[in-house]
Write a protein that binds this ligand. Structure first.
Ligand code: TZP
Length: 205
């Protein structure tokens, strides 16, 4: 089955329009979902940025997922929310979100994965698989754990953390639904080519 390529955003000092152009280029070249991930914006600025990103994802028929913030997801009518370990309990997030929105949940262990699936997660993000500079990582996970997680749940599992074009083949036989990528796309010199190359590699899994 076609593997998912999720773009998780980060900003690297570019202007807002440069940032939006990067997201648009990634959408135009084949990412399958965009997760807007902001940690330091005011609620108002997060909302305004989410509205702008949603205009782009809507144009390409892609879902926009908002990191951490159910209120912003509702406010911009995004496709869903992704929550991490320290956010609301999964069943509470599900209740607040309703049934129509997607709920992605970070899961580094089989226990967390099975619990999240039982409590209403639609997909899991499992990582960090490889070292990354994008996030301060408190607990890494492994390809072996990833394989155990995909075997334990009936919902899609997407790998995250330090994933580059060269590392994609590591996931052969793991049963993942796809990958989530931040810097490999957002820092690429040529985003269009990078997304195309990632897609090609994913086809070989
Ligand atoms: N969650 C686990 S690792 C990570 C997140 C958001 C960051 C991954 O970033 P990169 O640049 O793809 O390694």
């Amino acid at each position: 089955m076609t593997k998912q390529l999720y773009l998780v955003t980060a900003r690297y000092g570019e202007t807002e329009s440069e940032f939006l152009n990067k997201v648009e280029t990634a959408c135009a070249n084949g990412v399958t979902l965009v997760q807007l991930r902001e940690k330091n914006l005011s609620t108002r600025d997060y909302y305004e940025l989410a509205l702008k990103v949603k205009q782009i994802t809507d144009r390409y028929g892609l879902k926009l997922i908002i990191d951490d913030r159910i209120d912003i997801c509702q406010a911009v009518d995004a496709g869903g929310v992704h929550i991490g370990d320290d956010e609301l309990p999964v069943n509470v997030a599900r209740k607040l979100l309703g049934k129509e929105k997607l709920l992605g949940v970070s899961a580094k262990t089989v226990a967390r994965a099975t619990e999240a699936a039982a409590e209403g997660a639609d997909y899991l993000g499992t990582g960090t698989i490889f070292p990354t500079q994008t996030k301060v990582v408190t607990k890494q996970t492994s390809v072996d754990t990833l394989r155990e997680i995909t075997a334990s749940v009936n919902i899609p599992v997407v790998a995250i953390g330090g994933i580059t074009e060269d590392r994609i083949m590591t996931f052969k036989g793991t049963g993942i639904a796809g990958i989530s990528v931040v810097s490999e796309i957002m820092k690429a010199d040529d985003i269009a080519k990078k997304v195309q190359h990632l897609k090609k590699k994913l086809e070989q899994l």
